[in-house]
Design a protein around this ligand. Structure first.
Ligand SMILES: *Cc1c(COP(=O)(O)O)cnc(C)c1O
Length: 410
């Protein structure tokens, strides 16, 4: 009987050989086949709860290690047929992305994607880490654009409302073997979602429970990839935080209790260093660096850093921020000790999270070891940097601020 390791090694060899052979078909959007949903219900944008309603079509492409990517299909939204042994169900051999389609507010009917190439790059990095097949991101974007055009009536019209896109890649062979999956499905489903800022609790700042007893990610782990495996373990700590009266978990890491992320968002802390008068107060916008693999490289995080750096360099005009010479933008470690010390000295100006779902989300309190650290919030529930970034990022997403390098029309 062959040792289990040798059969796994054989599978690994087969997958590797196939991947390097020219007989493997690349992902090709030109092969698309479309089956329209004859029973599509009329769009319904009443009471949009995140991820509860879906558009009538989905995109799906199958892959196997012998022939590569198959024929991409747009077909009616519906259940998948899956082996009960599929690795995604046992070993979490799966990953996802979160993107949105934005309907222009200018009445032109244009629908846009924002920095979709970044999502494709990240999805391919996740796939490589999970031993799942990679693909040509530009081809996948073409397919997603076609899907959005077909389901354009399901892109909501209301302010701040979008069609949320969920590209997904899962390992599907009919085997419990622990090797790299020899079959996979790449798909994308779409869900009309409401405006985070007008949907109940979303309009209010969130309170965080900083936890040292649970860890989201660690150096050398998979925290910097959007792997399904990272999220199951985060749900129970999130529920516990809710039961303790906080909205989200502030994930800490290491003996020095570094602030890493909040829920499934990146975290920004704005420090302020009072000068002799308000004209000379200096600000530092800080977020964790991406160097140790514990931080998910958010597209929104990158967008905010890019805008702030362009502002500081004098390459873009942005109203509502401190003068460029008074604001620094840094990727660095921030620890709980620093938060406690600077909160006491009133040197924290604001704290906010960032991610595709909310864009930005303000924090008004951090619970830590039995005490609550209050974080300043202005009357509209935001801080100056967050408010400005909300306007600047959404302006570019919806097309109100022209931004051809980041925004593409479907
Ligand atoms: C998706 C995600 C983010 C935000 O990434 P965006 O690309 O900005 O949406 C941040 N942290 C975690 C853990 C995430 O899963």
């Amino acid at each position: 009987m062959p040792a289990p390791t040798s059969s796994a090694a054989a599978a690994a060899n087969a997958v590797q050989q196939a991947a390097s052979s020219s007989t493997m078909a690349p992902l090709n959007a030109d092969l698309l086949q479309i089956t329209l949903n004859e029973n599509a219900p009329a769009p319904d944008f009443e009471k949009l709860v995140f991820g509860q309603k879906f558009s009538p079509h989905m995109l799906i492409v199958e892959w196997n290690h012998k022939s590569g990517w198959g024929v991409p299909k747009i077909q009616p939204y519906g259940p998948l047929s899956l082996s009960p042994a599929a690795p995604v169900l046992h070993y979490a051999s799966g990953l996802f992305e979160g993107m949105k389609a934005y309907r222009s507010a200018d009445g032109s009917g244009k629908i846009r994607l924002f920095r979709a190439d970044k999502n494709m790059e990240r999805m391919n990095r996740s796939a490589a880490r999970a031993g799942l097949p990679t693909f040509d991101g530009e081809e996948f974007i073409k397919l997603i654009k076609t899907l959005v055009r077909i389901d354009r009536d399901y892109v909501p019209h209301g302010e701040g409302q979008t069609l949320y896109l969920r590209p997904t890649l899962i390992g599907t062979p009919d085997t419990l073997g622990m090797g790299v999956p020899t079959e996979a499905k790449l798909y994308c489903i779409c869900s009309p979602v409401g405006n985070y800022y007008s949907s109940g609790t979303g309009s209010k700042p969130v309170s965080l429970l900083a936890r040292t007893d649970v860890v989201r990610a660690w150096p050398g782990g998979t925290g910097c990839y959007k792997l399904a495996a990272n999220y199951a373990g985060a749900t129970r700590p999130a529920m516990d935080a809710l039961l303790e009266g906080y909205h989200q978990v502030l994930w800490l890491f290491g003996p020095d209790r570094q602030l890493t992320e909040v829920g499934a968002m990146n975290l920004f802390v704005v420090f302020r260093d009072q000068g002799v008068d308000s004209e000379s107060t200096r600000y530092q916008v800080a977020t964790a660096a991406l160097d140790d693999g514990t931080i998910l490289p958010g597209v929104t995080r990158d967008t905010i850093l890019s805008l702030l750096r362009a502002y500081k360099a004098g390459n873009v005009q942005i109203e509502g921020l401190p003068k460029p010479e008074l604001i620094d933008v840094v990727e660095r470690k921030v620890t709980m000790d620093e938060i406690i010390e600077k909160a006491e000295k009133s040197q924290i100006a604001e704290v906010f999270g960032s991610g595709t779902a909310a864009v930005v989300c303000s924090v008004d309190k951090i619970g830590f070891e039995g005490m609550d650290i209050p974080i300043p919030i202005q009357a509209d529930g935001m801080g100056a940097v967050m408010r400005t970034m909300l306007r600047e990022v959404t302006g570019r997403q919806w097309g109100a601020i022209p931004c051809p390098e980041w925004s593409t029309v479907c």
